[in-house]
Design a protein around this ligand. Structure first.
Ligand SMILES: [Zn+2]
Length: 59
């Protein structure tokens, strides 16, 4: 079953709704080990650690 809109949204209404689809800056956290910015809940690409454990061997 699909939704059945009672009234068609006008172009202005539709465009105004879509005007808020902006790209926002990604959430970044500082690595506790090396201090570089990294994505939360991801292995740090700089030092290769996650949760104080080394996941990727540092070169
Ligand atoms: Zn790091």
């Amino acid at each position: 079953m699909s939704i059945c809109p009672k009234n068609k949204s006008s172009k202005g209404h539709r465009d105004q709704r879509r005007a808020n689809w902006k790209m926002d800056t990604m959430n970044l956290v500082k690595c506790p080990k090396c201090g570089s910015l990294m994505l939360p809940h991801r292995v740090c690409l700089n030092c290769g650690t996650y949760n104080k454990k080394e996941i990727i061997a540092a070169d």
